[in-house]
Design a protein around this ligand. Structure first.
Ligand SMILES: CCCC/C=C/CC(=O)SCCNC(=O)CCNC(=O)[C@H](O)C(C)(C)COP(=O)(O)OP(=O)(O)OC[C@H]1O[C@@H](n2cnc3c(N)ncnc32)[C@H](O)[C@@H]1OP(=O)(O)O
Length: 302
């Protein structure tokens, strides 16, 4: 099986980088994230970036409706946006949020893990790994402004940030709920959760597939702050000031010191992790469980 799927090659083949933002924002000069004027938003079809270079940060808005599920194309666009901001010295931080009302992310796209062939599963998983590694180890300060429900892979993305602000709405639960689907959070999902909330809370949360409403998410340390819904972005911006006041090299090296051992575990066995995923997800019983789960999601509406 061809495991050496290069995400950079993939990004080049899938996307024209920095296409003009489609829809309402196309060609428009919008107020920058931090309030500066005349800075152009940019991005790709599923990721809108509102830069505020004068303030040193950009707001990255996920907009893959209806639920920001992390499809291969969406993962690729998130990676391209991150790379673009990381390679521009004007930017020291990102605020990651959602443009889909009431939803931060429904996690990995189940359609990418259902009824496809092993080569596709391998390509998809490599992109999931890459997204985590790049966000988890980014030299930028990354703060998530969680403005909606946030399941599994979406929660992993938020846990990879340096700080999390969650909107105070009881519907906006978040957690690694993989077991509810009959699947298992991989070790690096688990490690990221353990590093955030500690072993005991993670053990219980992972086994039970718990999705924590805001008050509980705050209590267990899954998020750092809960604020009224209309203040999520402003709270993230205020928090950013403290992070940006620290000398950049000292903060970055400290982040790396804290996170590299966790990332190295995956880096050392990346191909084996892909093979495990492909084997696991290809099993008839797992495919059946995912189909049943998807069917339940659809039936919920009727
Ligand atoms: C070793 C294996 C490890 C694999 C690791 C996997 C990690 C993961 O991330 S697995 C994904 C886990 N995600 C979830 O359990 C969330 C599922 N979704 C929901 O609970 C709900 O959709 C929602 C609470 C996020 C939103 O509810 P809402 O009522 O607003 O919308 P829906 O009507 O449920 O959904 C709209 C539409 O979107 C489809 N959909 C929802 N989630 C996903 C998804 N993760 N992947 C693909 N598609 C998804 C849903 O079926 C609906 O589709 P239709 O409009 O066609 O019916």
């Amino acid at each position: 099986m061809a495991l050496a799927v290069g995400i950079r090659g993939l990004t080049r083949s899938l996307l024209r980088p920095w296409v003009r933002v489609p829809g309402p924002a196309r060609g428009r000069t919008e107020p920058a994230a931090g309030g500066g004027d005349g800075v152009r938003c940019f991005g790709s079809p599923r990721v809108l970036v509102e830069p505020d270079p004068a303030a040193g940060f950009a707001v990255m808005k996920m907009r893959n409706p209806p639920v920001n599920s992390l499809s291969l194309e969406f993962l690729t666009e998130l990676l391209i946006s991150l790379e673009k901001l990381e390679s521009d010295k004007a930017f020291h931080a990102i605020i990651l949020t959602s443009d889909c009302p009431g939803i931060f992310s429904a996690g990995l796209d189940l359609m990418e893990m259902c009824g496809r062939d092993p080569t596709h599963y391998a390509e998809y998983w490599k992109a999931v790994q890459e997204l985590w590694l790049r966000f988890y180890l980014s030299h930028l300060v990354v703060i998530s402004a969680i403005n909606g429900v946030n399941a599994a892979g979406g929660c992993l993305l938020a846990l990879s940030c340096d700080y999390r602000v969650l909107a105070d709405n009881p519907k906006y639960a978040m957690g690694l709920n993989e077991t509810l689907l009959g699947i298992i959070a991989p070790f690096w999902f688990k490690d990221t959760l353990v590093n955030t909330v500690g072993h005991r809370t993670a053990e219980r949360a992972l086994q039970l597939g718990l999705l924590f409403p805001p008050a509980e998410a705050l209590q267990v340390g899954m998020v750092d702050k809960v604020v009224p819904e209309d203040q999520v972005l402003s709270a993230a911006r205020s928090e950013l000031a403290q992070w940006l006041a620290i000398p950049g090299h000292a903060r970055q090296l400290t982040k790396s010191l804290m996170r590299k051992p966790t990332a190295d575990r995956l880096l050392k066995e990346r191909d084996a992790d892909i093979q495990n995923f492909v084997r696991f997800i290809s099993r008839d019983a797992i495919q059946k469980a995912l189909r049943v789960y998807l069917e339940k999601l659809k039936q919920k509406k009727t």
